[in-house]
Design a protein around this ligand. Structure first.
Ligand code: ATP
Ligand code: PRP
Ligand code: MG
Length: 209
């Protein structure tokens, strides 16, 4: 049995058509079912539903053989025990710095101001500002980062941007792109070596689509 770890929402929704092209359908919809282990039309494959940021953990420890995770999540988690052989080109977005519409970020940075930044992506934010030589106090949040600058918690946010609608709706502007993000197939390193024959057809199917 091969176990594939997916998160509900866009990752599940965008992975489904790729499985379909390999002739595999998933028995239930995680949005309506409370089940966390979903059988598929293939007797050798099951899907487990986990939080997006937990996908690398399940795969690293071998509780799932493979998974689909955003590069944002992988960069934060680290690649210990994982292979990420295929960029699936789904769930595309970017990791960016954003501030309030009226905030002069460029001047603040030029003047060497110390900035308060809220983010879920502490490691990537730390690296970005260290490379730029900008002094920051990072505050970890788990969601709704866009609120931070509006209520005086922070000067800036580091968060994912796609259409820019969320920034716009909250009077924020994007001032720097840190990285382009898409989702990758991640494989447990030990499984990749020991169960290569079982995994290869699935890996081939993913790399084709
Ligand atoms: P959780 O619900 O556990 O906090 P999450 O909010 O990160 O997780 P999703 O919103 O489903 O879960 O995001 C999963 C992945 O999809 C992210 O890691 C990122 O790579 C990508 N992603 C996030 N937001 C967007 C977006 N607005 N447009 C495109 N891709 C996105
Ligand atoms: C993500 C991200 C941003 C938003 C950006 O949130 O955290 O808030 O998308 O997308 P946009 O530029 O197209 O507006 P998501 O939709 O995943 O909601 P969440 O807060 O439940 O994670
Ligand atoms: Mg999200």
């Amino acid at each position: 049995m091969i176990t594939l770890a997916l998160s509900k929402g866009r990752i599940f929704d965008e992975t489904l058509p790729m499985l379909a092209k390999a002739g595999i359908t998933v028995s239930e919809d995680p949005e309506s079912s409370r089940k966390l282990i979903l059988p598929t039309s293939s007797p050798n494959l099951r899907v487990i539903i986990v939080r997006a940021s937990d996908v690398p953990t399940y795969v690293q420890y071998g509780a799932a053989d493979i998974g689909v995770a955003g590069y944002d999540v992988l960069a934060e988690h680290g690649m210990d025990g994982l292979y990420a052989p295929i960029d699936l080109g789904i769930a595309k977005c970017r990791l960016s710095v954003a501030v309030r519409d009226g905030f002069d970020y460029v001047s603040a940075v030029r003047q060497g101001a110390r900035l308060r930044v809220v983010t879920k992506y502490v490691e990537q934010a730390r690296e970005h500002f260290a490379n730029k030589g900008v002094h920051v106090d990072l505050i970890k949040l788990y969601g709704s980062m866009e609120l931070g600058p509006l209520v005086g918690l922070a000067d800036a946010i580091v968060d994912l941007v796609s259409t820019g609608n969320t920034l716009k709706a909250n009077q924020l502007k994007e001032v720097e792109v840190i990285s382009q993000i898409s989702s990758r197939l991640v494989v447990n390193q030990a499984a990749y070596k020991r169960r290569r024959e079982q995994l290869q057809p699935l890996l081939d199917a993913f790399s084709k689509v």
